[in-house]
Write a new protein. Structure first.
Length: 407
């Protein structure tokens, strides 16, 4: 302007006029031109401070969000920590709002782990240069340390009975950097999250306790679950490990019955044993024990898997015949989750006391001819031990040992 101030931005043209002595006044005008002192504007933000283009499918790209004014050309530049240009991208008009980079240079070679920066710049037709602020990030493909899991019980029963109601879970790290984080979660067989013990934790804790409760606070259903430990760094490098865990609150099943509670193991072939019929669920161990009346063990029996029917011959653990008396049988099992089952048979009796019997006649003979004289004969039965009799009968045989009559 005439006063020396800068002209406002806008369209202008220049005109030249020459006045000659002869009165001629030729003029000439320029084409329209612009006064533009405003540089192109832009801003850039990034999705993460680090990424790992190692092809593992996790954080293999870094995403830039770009906002720019209209310009003939925008240039995006990525520099390494030494200030060297490693990647250049151009756009016409406006830069793409979303730009994703895979960590490769202009020759499509994967760049090494390093600190990098990215910025946009443009030069408009007036020569104004506009540049965004640099955003800094890093490529980090270093494999993070190994991780492990330790669980004190593979089976547990969160039924509040005081036995294996919870499990202790210990994550293990070969080392733990200041930028590392980890998740410790419980998932069901479908992969659904059941409970989170640690979420994006940056402080390594040695022991966690799970009481079998899910996100809602209720005890989860019986079944198999997975304990999963995931460890990562800001660049998206991940290490994980998982271990199975079984929730089991069901007690072992046993069905128990017996035949003939009184027996006499004398070897005479008559009730020398007692049969115990039992069926069970499939468990690690079953133990059956015969106890005497003083609650002392007489003999034990063991089964793996299912409890099988068996017969007791009245002998103790040393093979000796147990004395006459009252006994009882108890079978029990504790499964791997700590659930216990017991069943009893009481009043098993060993009775080897002799039971002598005798028969006497009321006369030396009789004549069953219905003449009213000795038509019948009286039988006198003598039973010395009357306790424990289940049945009795009297049989009459002829001189050829043929059965004639049962009374």
């Amino acid at each position: 302007m005439l006063n020396g101030d800068l002209l406002p931005e806008g369209e202008y043209s220049a005109e030249l006029s020459v006045l000659y002595k002869n009165g001629n006044r030729p003029t000439a005008s320029t084409a329209i031109f612009f006064v533009d002192v405003t540089p192109p504007s832009s801003s850039v933000s990034i999705s993460t401070k680090a990424f790992s283009p190692n092809g593992d499918g996790k954080d293999d790209h870094i995403n830039f969000t770009q906002i720019t004014s209209e310009n003939e050309t925008w240039v995006g530049e990525i520099l390494n920590s030494s200030g060297e240009l490693v990647k250049e991208v151009e756009w016409n008009g406006k830069a793409d709002k979303d730009f994703s980079w895979n960590g490769r240079d202009n020759e499509n070679k994967l760049l090494p782990d390093d600190e990098y920066s990215y910025s946009l710049f443009a030069i408009d037709r007036a020569g104004n240069r506009g540049e965004s602020k640099k955003v800094k990030f890093s490529i980090d493909t270093v494999i993070i340390p190994e991780v492990g899991l330790s669980i004190n019980e593979q089976h547990f029963s969160p039924n509040n009975d005081g036995i294996k109601d919870s499990v202790s879970i210990s994550p293990g790290f070969s080392s733990f950097g200041k930028n590392y984080w980890y998740n410790l979660t419980i998932k069901d067989t479908s992969g659904m999250l059941v409970h989170s013990l640690a979420e994006k934790s940056v402080y390594p804790v040695m022991d966690y306790t799970w009481d079998g409760r899910g996100i809602t606070g209720n005890v989860v259903s019986d079944g198999k679950y997975s304990v999963e430990l995931e460890m990562g760094d800001p660049a998206g490098n991940i290490k994980n490990v998982a271990a199975d865990l079984l929730v089991d609150t069901k007690t072992p099943d046993i069905d128990l019955k017996f035949e003939n509670s009184v027996f006499s193991p004398e070897g005479d072939g008559r009730r020398d044993t007692i049969s115990i019929v039992q069926g069970s669920s499939n468990e690690q161990n079953w133990e059956g024990v015969i106890y005497n009346k003083a609650n002392k063990k007489v003999v034990s029996f063991y089964w793996k898997g299912k409890a099988e029917p068996f017969s007791w011959d009245g002998t103790d653990a040393e093979g000796n015949i147990a004395p006459d008396g009252i006994y009882y049988y108890k079978i029990s099992s504790i499964d791997r989750a700590g659930n216990k089952t017991e069943a009893l048979i009481n009043n098993i009796q060993i009775d080897t006391v002799p039971t002598p019997v005798a028969v006497g006649f009321g006369s030396n003979g009789f004549s069953p001819n219905n003449d009213g004289i000795l038509d019948e004969i009286a039988l006198n039965l003598y039973i010395e031990v009357r306790e424990g009799i289940q049945f009795w009968d009297v049989k009459i045989f002829d001189d050829r040992n043929n059965l004639e009559k049962t009374l």
